[in-house]
Design a protein around this ligand. Structure first.
Ligand SMILES: O=P(O)(O)OC[C@H]1O[C@H](O[C@H]2O[C@H](CO)[C@@H](O)[C@H](O)[C@H]2O)[C@H](O)[C@@H](O)[C@@H]1O
Ligand SMILES: O=c1ccn([C@@H]2O[C@H](COP(=O)(O)OP(=O)(O)O)[C@@H](O)[C@H]2O)c(=O)[nH]1
Length: 471
């Protein structure tokens, strides 16, 4: 069978035990670990611009190669200028906020978009030297919307698919990006475009029909720019049994330390990259309101927030970090007692195998992003629970995960009073109701596993005829 070539900006660290850099890297690594394949991406390193001759696009060096089990990892460095324009600039300063409906936080510079295209072309140039004509190419996420266009320009006729890990916003939101038309035209060079939810897929189809005057055929096929693009919904999953084993294996000392600090208090846990899309500011406010309005829970609960810094050189991320540090101190200052700290805010990451026992020990998993493509932490929390005595997931209706995990306590993260009431309800929930909700969520998660996500996308990609995109 032809090879699977995976391309993403972020690749998983190949050293065991390092914190995983977000859900994409964790998911792709877990998915590739069994079937194997070639994975190409950014090394995470930048090199000074002076190392690059002015007439070349990017470092002329061949990519570094490493092996992790059956996965061969090719990584390339970025120059400082490429990193600034592409990753810090257009990908995370323009696209990320717009894809998450935060248009007020988005900036736009034509030069950064050019840099974004330059890096997509740089990736394509390396890939063109690596892929065989019958390989299937599976690109990931908003960093690589223009990759297929660059690969086609280099003459590649391979089957190419893109899976978008983030939301795809309504056309009225996407069109705030001045180069939306160029982006969607480039996206149409893929043969298959996959989304986390039907809402995201619908938004893309609406753009094609209403902005481009394209056509939508039955079975998720779109006709636009003289091409035939297949679309589908592939919710990313987790490996339930492997995660459960990690949760049970535990790490006696760290868990013991946590338990000693907690005593018999109920633990509320939240874990995410420190990102404004994750709704931490609103969550802190909701927790403060919960403490103010539910005095009966004082000293009986503790909220642990794990929030490793992310994209720290983007201004909006620096602002949220400053703000949360102040808020955590203020909330503790208002409610803490000599022997009780209501909120523990940890500004650092943990390897996932250390997080799993913490999830297992938590009475409530509090996951309230303002928008999220999926949110794997929600699924990991459910997987970690003891089915005989499970904790309760309080989940934002705006996370992709809410489409599947509708047996969670679904909340609107903008409604502080509703989140506070959900916390009270979750903490007081009778065993039978907790079990019923947990069983229902586990059933969906077992069905929509990580393997199914990978297998369905890969099968649909392989099913397409080579260069079938021409309408
Ligand atoms: O690579 P970074 O800039 O450090 O950011 C980490 C990743 O964040 C985003 O993850 C998304 O993918 C998850 C798995 O599908 C999904 O659950 C989550 O909702 C998404 O936000 C981003 O999309 C990735 O590209 C980043 O690598
Ligand atoms: O300190 C941390 C924080 C998060 N994660 C992992 O990073 C992923 C986050 O994925 P999610 O889809 O929730 O959000 P993203 O960061 O991709 O937006 C999950 O697998 C977490 O277990 C981790 O390993 N260590």
């Amino acid at each position: 069978m032809s090879r699977l070539v995976v391309v993403s900006n972020r690749v998983a660290p190949i050293t065991e035990g390092e914190p995983t850099a977000g859900g994409l890297a964790a998911g792709v690594m877990d998915a590739l670990r069994h079937s194997g394949g070639l994975w190409f991406g950014w090394s995470g390193q930048t090199v000074p611009d002076t190392l690059v001759p002015p007439d070349t696009l990017a470092p002329g060096l061949p990519p570094a190669v490493a092996r992790s089990g059956p996965v061969t990892l090719y990584t390339t460095d970025l120059t400082q200028r490429d990193y600034d324009d592409y990753y810090r600039g257009f990908a995370n300063g323009t696209l990320w906020p717009v894809l998450h409906y935060q248009t007020g936080l988005a900036r736009f510079e034509h030069g950064e978009f050019e840099g974004y295209r330059r890096v997509n072309a740089h990736f394509a140039r390396h890939l063109a030297a690596l892929v065989a004509p019958d390989d299937v190419i599976w690109a990931h996420d908003y960093h690589l919307l223009c990759l297929a266009e660059s690969l086609r320009a280099a003459g590649l006729r391979n089957r190419m698919g893109l899976f978008l890990h983030t939301p795809f916003p309504a056309p009225a939101v996407l069109t705030t990006v001045p180069v939306h038309a160029e982006l969607v035209r480039a996206l149409c060079q893929y043969d298959l475009v996959g989304f986390q939810t039907e809402g995201d897929r619908r938004a893309f189809a609406d753009y094609i029909r209403h902005e481009l005057g394209g056509e939508e055929l039955p079975g998720g096929v779109l006709l636009a720019h003289g091409r035939r693009i297949r679309t589908g919904v592939y919710p990313i999953g987790v490996q339930v049994e492997a995660l459960r084993a990690e949760a049970q294996a535990g790490e006696p000392e760290s868990l013991a330390a946590l338990r000693a600090g907690l005593g018999d208090r109920a633990l509320i846990i939240s874990v995410e990259r420190l990102d404004y899309s994750k709704g931490l500011r609103q969550r802190f406010a909701a927790y403060e309101r919960f403490l103010a309005s539910h005095a009966a829970w004082h000293r009986r609960v503790e909220y642990v927030q794990i929030a490793p810094p992310s994209r720290s050189d983007v201004e909006a991320y620096q602002a949220i970090r400053r703000e949360l540090e102040g808020e955590a101190g203020r909330i503790n200052g208002r409610f803490a007692e000599l022997d009780w700290m209501p909120l523990r805010y940890l500004n650092r990451g943990f390897p996932r195998r250390r997080l799993m026992p913490l999830y297992a020990a938590a009475r409530v998993g509090l996951v309230t992003p303002l928008r999220d493509g999926m949110n794997l932490v929600a699924k990991e929390y459910v997987a970690a629970q003891d089915p005989q005595d499970p904790g309760v997931l309080v989940l934002s209706r705006f996370a992709g995960a809410a489409r599947e995990l509708d047996a969670a306590l679904l909340v609107n993260p903008h409604d502080e009073a509703a989140v506070a009431a959900a916390l009270d309800r979750a903490l007081a929930m009778p065993l039978e109701e907790r079990q019923e909700r947990h069983t229902a969520m586990l059933r969906v998660m077992r069905r929509n596993s990580l393997e199914r996500w990978r297998d369905r996308f890969e099968a649909d990609l392989r099913d397409l005829e080579s260069a079938a995109g021409a309408a």
